[in-house]
Design a protein around this ligand. Structure first.
Ligand code: 3PG
Ligand code: MG
Length: 407
């Protein structure tokens, strides 16, 4: 049972402000379709079918990053998934936005501009402070209800995520409800299962992920490391890994930030870690090529996946586990040449009769892209940071405020 109000408690035909999370990969300015659109389309369709006036808020990227773009493209992609028009207004709470909101009819859908394009959104503040913001104070009177469905950004105390429950009757959306109910306490459930708990750790946000290894050491028996963390751990053991590509020194920066934690983890949890024994790179013909760790002599190569010896080393550990968590992809699976590690490990998990949770923003995308069967996993989370917070038992501030204000 959820501790918050849900859409089952919401009477039809109202003016509903709904926070969703459409934060997506952006390549050359083009927003990439992904599981988030698919999941949120169900919530949006349910609201529209119940004759609500549906106004959606979402964010994309952060100021200063090249993923920080307008939500105009998101409206079109969302519309394709919902199967109904999704109007867009390039304003969040100014006159243009309020006029568009007031013109809406029951069953119609409007997406507001990127919440992070307003000054009020991003400062981390208490729900009480955010409730006083111009953002919240301007929009709230135009609505009867606030729905927060954005589980994957529920670890952020932003105006659109925590400010409204104090001033409007508030409800958890379907995604929030499902993710919260499943992920909360799942680490304990796994630990209480009788057997080995394994976690596949990848992705490219090494700092977060390495923090997880640090924090989940008591819950997880085996960490199978890939992605950028795999390279960083090997570098911490003084293997010459880390190619500075075209002046970009991604690995150097992340290594500097994490090297003390890496060394500490290797010392205190070394026997729980499985590290890559080979890597995949672009060969001279542009095809996938692999090199054994022991054969790497200098930092002149960029690696995009774990190699097949590593896959063969990790798969049996998965097959012997009672519970497997995934955080992040072990390779750059978006490129077909470098999907083997991610796909083979996911396949092993899918074939094993274990509690299985796949999380980490984009990772769920690999399941769709490579035609794996979603039903083979107990839970596929579309969250990254929020999923990690849930695994490590940290409070999700935006979910908590829904619970605190529920009656
Ligand atoms: C995500 O994609 O992980 C969420 O939307 C949160 O985004 P953020 O890390 O930029 O706050
Ligand atoms: Mg994130």
């Amino acid at each position: 049972m959820s501790a918050f109000n849900t859409l089952d408690d919401l009477a039809p035909g109202q003016r509903v402000l709904v926070r969703i999370d459409l934060n997506s990969p952006v390549e050359d300015g083009e927003v990439q379709d992904n599981n988030r659109f698919d999941r949120y389309s169900e919530t949006i369709r349910e609201l529209a079918d119940n004759d609500h006036k549906v106004v959606a808020m979402a964010h994309q990227g952060r100021p200063g990053r090249d993923t920080f773009v307008s939500l105009e493209q998101h409206a079109d992609i969302l519309s394709d998934h919902v199967g109904k028009p999704v109007q867009f207004v390039s304003d969040t709470f100014g006159d243009e936005a309020t006029e568009a909101i007031e013109a809406l009819e029951g069953g119609e859908i409007l997406l507001l501009e990127n919440t992070r394009m307003t000054d009020d959104e991003l400062p981390e503040k208490s729900p009480e402070e955010h409730a006083e913001s111009e953002f919240v104070q301007t929009l709230a009177p135009l609505f009867d209800a606030y729905v927060n469905d954005a589980y994957s950004v529920a670890h952020r105390a932003h105006a659109s995520t925590v400010g409204f429950p104090l001033v409007l009757p508030s409800y958890a959306g379907r995604v929030m409800q499902a993710e919260y109910d499943y992920n909360t306490g799942v680490a304990e459930r796994a630990r209480n299962a009788d057997g080995q708990v394994t976690m596949v750790v990848g992705g490219n946000k090494s700092k977060d992920v390495i923090g997880v290894v640090d924090n989940l050491g008591d819950v997880v028996d085996n960490f199978l490391i890939g992605g950028l963390p795999g390279q960083l751990f090997r570098r911490a053991q003084e293997y010459p890994i880390g190619y500075d590509v075209e002046g970009m020194d991604l690995l150097d920066d992340q290594y500097e930030e994490t090297k003390e934690t890496l060394a500490d983890i290797l010392e205190t949890k070394g026997d729980q870690l499985e590290l890559p024994v080979d890597f995949a790179y672009k060969g001279e013909d542009g095809e996938r090529a692999e090199i054994a760790l022991e054969d790497i002599e200098s930092k002149d190569m960029e690696y995009f996946d774990i190699g097949h010896d590593t896959i063969d080393k990790y798969s049996p550990i998965i097959r012997e586990s009672e519970a497997v968590f995934v955080k992040g992809a072990v390779g750059v699976f978006e490129d077909d040449r470098f999907g083997d590690g991610t796909v083979e490990l996911l396949r092993a998990i899918g074939e094993t009769d274990c509690l299985s949770v796949v999380g980490g923003g984009d990772t769920a995308r690999s399941i769709t892209k490579y035609g794996l069967d979603e039903d083979n996993y107990d839970h596929i989370s579309i969250a990254g940071g929020a999923y990690l917070n849930a695994l490590t038992g940290k409070e999700l501030v935006a979910a908590q405020v829904l619970i605190d204000t529920a009656n």
